[in-house]
Design a protein. Structure first.
Length: 351
């Protein structure tokens, strides 16, 4: 019997929702109403989890949104992104524990090794700080007394009453650089990758498993990718082409440049993947890199008919992927299409 995978969708808290890439529409901009509707539709459609992204300069506040939506959902988990460079860990722990309590234990955390707004740290230092933050959060959320002596925080604390969660929320984390991989091996529960050729995804999984084992730990693996599914492959490819039909190069470059991670190793890998693709943008069967023309981060989509998309997801599952974080444009419409055509054929459940 095939082991279930977690299937998550994406709510566009960071103004990342389009009918045509590069053409903002007021109705699709980040707002409480728009992002709430995506979450509620994803729950109704049967998704296991939903990523709530986080960007200092874009969209609405993630923790405030998560607290509000937590009281409106009944079953779905929330994967709340937190920029640990912007936050004091004990206060962040209180926010996490409170939102997790509202959800009845259905919260997961996407750790981002961000800069403090207005300040810039080198990459190794940012990831060292993220490692410390995960250590502090794990201790406090587990109800343990804290005696932490690190480079960025020196804290001696008894945990507040609210901090004792039934189970410490899972930490999802991504990054391809050497410091990012070391950080994930030491502190993450689920290591997230962006799209790439399947042999590259396999190599990263193998490397991260070996790193985690050296730390006396194990990792689970997730895959963040866009999806475009239609009844036929021709229709799916046409939908992909339509998505880019109003994009000019200057607008795409501006969208990518405004991202806070636009120069990272992971983003550069997405650029290299796109440059290696054929003239139609496909770098391997059903993996289309066109979205990367107007997006700094996750820059490729699985494109095809329901059988092709399902086969692609199962190929990733066969090499060790246990969680998918999917999205599409516009997010609500594509979530509905995937839920109708593919989701019922996947054995899936929250991890």
């Amino acid at each position: 019997m095939t082991k279930p995978v977690e299937v998550s969708w994406f709510s566009a808290l960071c103004d990342d929702d389009y009918e045509f890439l590069g053409q903002p529409e007021p109705a699709l901009q980040s707002s409480w109403e728009h992002c709430r509707n995506i979450v509620l539709a994803a729950e109704e459609a049967g998704y296991d989890n939903i990523l709530l992204p986080n960007g200092y300069a874009l969209g609405i506040d993630t923790a405030a949104f998560a607290a509000a939506i937590a009281a409106q959902v009944r079953r779905i988990k929330l994967l709340m992104a937190v920029r640990v460079g912007e936050l004091w860990p004990p206060q962040l722990a209180r926010q996490i524990a409170t939102i997790d309590q509202i959800l009845g234990g259905r919260l997961s955390i996407n750790i981002i090794s961000s800069d403090m707004p207005g300040e810039t740290l080198d990459g190794p230092s940012r990831y060292e700080r993220a490692t410390e933050a995960m250590q502090i959060l794990r201790a406090l959320l587990g109800g343990d007394a804290l005696d932490h002596r690190g480079r960025f925080w020196n804290l001696q604390l008894e945990p507040a009453r609210i901090l004792k969660t039934a189970k410490v929320p899972l930490f999802y984390f991504g990054g391809l650089s050497e410091p990012a991989r070391a950080c994930a091996a030491k502190g993450a529960d689920v290591y997230l990758q962006w799209p790439d050729r399947i042999e590259t995804v396999q190599a990263v999984i193998d490397d991260m498993n070996a790193r985690a084992a050296r730390e006396g730990r194990t990792l689970r693996h997730g895959y963040r990718v866009h999806v475009i599914v239609r009844e036929t492959e021709a229709e799916a490819r046409a939908a992909a082409n339509r998505l880019l039909s109003k994009l000019d190069a200057a607008t795409g470059a501006a969208i990518k440049a405004r991202s806070l991670d636009s120069g990272s190793v992971g983003v550069n890998a997405q650029v290299a993947l796109r440059e290696a693709a054929g003239g139609d943008g496909y770098v391997e069967d059903n993996l289309w890199t066109g979205i990367g023309r107007a997006r700094s981060g996750c820059g490729a989509a699985i494109v095809g008919d329901p059988d092709q998309v399902l086969a692609k997801l199962r190929a990733y599952q066969a090499i060790g992927i246990e969680a998918f974080v999917l999205s599409g444009y516009p997010h609500a419409r594509e979530a509905d299409l995937f839920a109708r055509y593919v989701l019922p054929r996947l054995a899936h459940a929250p991890i």
